[in-house]
Design a protein around this ligand. Structure first.
Ligand SMILES: O=C(O)c1ccccc1N[C@@H]1O[C@H](COP(=O)(O)O)[C@@H](O)[C@H]1O
Length: 225
């Protein structure tokens, strides 16, 4: 199996950051969206990003940020990535990327086959595409809802498009997610929490244990098929 990046998102404590990185996260994410139970303000985020100190790529998750906020992320927090999780157009992704001078990951919702057609216009401007489930009715969060979409839809996706998969991933479904969706990265948030916004060290470890069983089956007495 080729290497799969792992992003643990919605972090807010040093302990959870250390566990995620020690267990193999390539990316760690911090949510700046005031309706979210995972929201961290700019000053806290700057401290968390500093704490990572190059041990993993740092990602700020933001929703339709205005220019002022983009400038503040770039000047006061200095992460490696901005994850745009709102209704940003391809042109807005281009402008944010240019303004911030940071890599940009664009999150797009997938609920049906037509949604796959909306990916291509972003390819010229986003450094990475992240596919998430559509916001469930009644939720005021565009992400972090712990809901998966039908990964079988991705069989119709151009294999030349590398994407990170998110939406309700956890220790129990990660094997099926990788087998069916064949992503180049996995993004996990509520599936490693004990309550919204509270990362659970036991769940984090169980996720990485489950991932290790598929990434290195020979070390776990399992055969590849
Ligand atoms: O986590 C949040 O609260 C959040 C708020 C606003 C936009 C995105 C958010 N989270 C992102 O959603 C996906 C899926 O999360 P989950 O595993 O289903 O909980 C992930 O990219 C989070 O970064």
């Amino acid at each position: 199996m080729s290497t799969i990046d792992i992003k643990i998102c919605g972090l807010s404590t040093f302990e959870a950051i250390d566990t995620a990185i020690a267990r193999g996260s390539s990316h760690v994410g911090f949510v700046h969206f005031d309706k979210s139970p995972r929201h961290v303000d700019i000053a806290e985020m700057a401290e968390l990003v500093d704490y990572v100190q190059g041990r993993a790529e740092t990602v700020i998750v933001t929703v339709d940020p205005d220019d002022d906020l983009v400038e503040r992320f770039a000047s006061d927090v200095r992460p490696d990535w901005l994850q745009l999780h709102g209704g940003e157009t391809p042109e807005r992704v281009r402008d944010v990327r240019r303004m911030a001078g940071l890599k940009v990951m664009k999150a797009l919702p997938v609920a049906d086959i037509e949604d796959l057609d909306r990916i291509e216009p972003y390819m010229a401007f986003a450094d990475r595409i992240l596919l998430d489930s559509r916001r469930p009715k009644g939720s005021n969060l565009p992400g972090g809802n712990g809901v998966s979409f039908d990964w079988r839809l991705l069989a119709a996706l151009d294999p030349a498009i590398p994407f990170m998969l998110s939406g309700g991933l956890d220790a129990e479904n990660v094997e099926a997610a990788v087998r069916i969706a064949q992503p180049s990265g996995l993004d996990i948030s509520s599936g490693v929490e004990s309550a919204p916004g509270i990362k659970d060290i036991g769940r984090l470890n169980r996720f990485f244990d489950a991932f290790a069983r598929i990434a290195e089956p020979e070390l776990h007495g399992e055969s590849r098929s």
